[in-house]
Every structure is written in structure tokens, then in C-alpha cells.
Design a protein around this ligand. Structure first.
Ligand code: AP5
Ligand code: ZN
Length: 209
């Protein structure tokens, strides 16, 4: 099964990705997580690091290469869930070509998580992530346990948050119709408890329960 999660920053892509991947036994492929990992290990080019931290989007070729290498790893043979990729029509075209070249597999569903902008800002500003486990917390809705080694993302500063939300709005103008035309797009309300959102996603893609 190949699933794609789209939605604005803070919509809950990472949170839902973990729940859906556990349910379907497929790996989560997050370009954002891969780039942050490269940043931690000092292998991310400085010009990309600056774009990321300020809330801009990296050039398409930078992320397409990451996806091309990751999706041929053995744990992807039964499918995968893409979180944060594709974000532009050229990335979506590149993904189609990649899947065609990998034996003609196809995307099963593209899930768009809908959350209004004021709530997105509130979610991002209070997000903290556990450095060791990658677990995502919210200081109010889902507080981290004592002893968690918390990280505050550089792009969760208010100026960067505003820029990321603007970049998303500009980008989706073309990406969502692209998948709508292919009859792959499922819009899901992303407000409510994470488990309730997961139920909505599963019903939307015809895999309830
Ligand atoms: P990326 O890491 O993909 O960031 P993003 O799209 O901005 O999304 P987020 O990770 O901020 O939010 P999320 O939807 O995963 O929400 P989460 O579950 O964490 O990308 C980062 C950067 O990398 C980009 O800006 C760009 O520079 C670069 N990049 C990555 N991919 C790229 C690409 N394809 N092309 C070009 N550049 C690329 O939840 C957020 C908060 O809300 C958490 O605190 C969580 O606990 C809380 N929360 C979640 N669900 C709920 C709920 N149901 N109720 C209450 N709280 C909730
Ligand atoms: Zn995320």
C-alpha cells in the first residue's frame, strides 16, 4: 500500500503517519525528518539548512533524490507512507515516474488533513519532539512525560511558522487539483483527538476498523 499525506504545517501529518504506519505495517518516509537527520549529522548543505530553518521550501531536486534512494530500500517492498512529499506538481510528476520505473506500483490514496490556520499556529508553537524516539508532543494537548529529551524545531519560531503556512498555501493551489483529477484525493477533518482523526482517515480510504 502506498499512501501520501498532505496538509499544512501542523496539520498532524507526522502524528497520523505513525498511527497509520503501525496499522498497515509500512514505513513512514518523511522528507522533513530525513532533512532534520541530515542537519543533525552535519551532512545537510548550508544553503539548504538556511532555507529550512527560515521556513522556505527546498528545491525539488534536493528532495526527489532523497525519495528515489529511500523507496528502493528493502523495507519499502510492501509499500510506504509519504509524509511531506510531494509538495509541488514537479515532485508529484517525479514520484509517478519513480513508481513507474519501480515496477509500475501506484499510489493508493492521497490524504489531505484539513485544519484552520489559527489552530495550526497554536499547534506548532507548542510542539516539542523527543530527540531519542522521534515522538511528537504538544505542551498542552499531549504533554511529554518527565525525562523526555525535548527538542524545539528551529522552524517552529513564529516568523518561520508564518512563512511555512504561506509557502503551503501557495504550493497546494496546484498540487491538490493534480490529485483530485486522478481521483486519489481524500479530504479529512484533522481537528479532534489523534485517534479520531485516524478513524476518519481509515473510513475515507475504505479501510475502516
Ligand atoms: P516537514 O517536517 O514536512 O514540516 P511541515 O510540513 O511544516 O509539517 P510539520 O512537521 O510541521 O507538521 P505535521 O503536519 O507533521 O504535524 P505534527 O504531527 O508534527 O518539513 C520541514 C521543512 O523541510 C520544510 O519547511 C522544508 O524546508 C523542508 N521540506 C520537507 N519536505 C520538503 C519537500 N517535499 N519539498 C521541499 N522542501 C521540503 O503535529 C504538530 C503539532 O500538533 C504537534 O505538537 C502535535 O502533538 C499536535 N497535534 C497533532 N495532531 C493533533 C490533534 N489531532 N489534536 C491536537 N494536537 C495535535
Ligand atoms: Zn511533520
Amino acid at each position: 500500500m502506498i499512501l501520501v499525506l498532505v496538509g499544512p504545517p501542523g496539520a498532524g501529518k507526522g502524528t497520523q503517519a505513525k498511527l497509520l504506519c503501525a496499522r498497515f505495517g509500512i514505513p513512514q518516509i518523511s522528507t522533513g525528518d530525513m532533512l532534520r537527520e541530515a542537519k543533525r549529522s552535519g551532512t545537510l548543505e548550508k544553503r539548504y539548512l538556511d532555507i529550512m530553518d527560515s521556513g522556505g521550501l527546498l528545491p525539488d531536486e534536493a528532495v526527489i533524490g532523497l525519495i528515489a534512494r529511500r523507496t528502493v530500500e528493502p523495507d519499502c517492498s510492501n509499500g510506504f507512507l509519504l509524509d511531506g512529499f510531494p509538495r509541488t506538481v514537479p515532485q508529484a510528476d517525479a514520484l509517478d515516474e519513480l513508481l513507474a520505473s519501480q515496477g509500475g506500483t501506484r499510489i493508493d490514496a492521497v490524504i489531505q488533513l484539513d485544519v484552520a490556520r489559527p489552530l495550526l499556529e497554536e499547534r506548532l508553537i507548542h510542539r516539542r519532539t523527543d530527540k531519542r524516539s522521534g515522538q511528537i508532543y504538544h505542551l498542552v494537548y499531549n504533554p511529554p512525560p518527565p525525562g523526555a529529551e525535548l527538542e524545539h524545531r528551529a522552524d517552529d519560531r513564529p516568523e518561520a511558522v508564518a512563512k511555512r503556512l504561506d509557502a503551503y498555501e501557495a504550493m497546494t493551489a496546484a498540487l491538490l487539483p493534480f490529485y483530485e483529477q486522478k481521483k486519489l484525493l481524500h479530504r479529512v477533518d484533522g481537528v479532534g483527538k489523534p485517534e479520531d482523526v485516524t478513524h476518519r482517515v481509515l473510513s475515507a480510504i475504505g479501510r475502516p476498523g
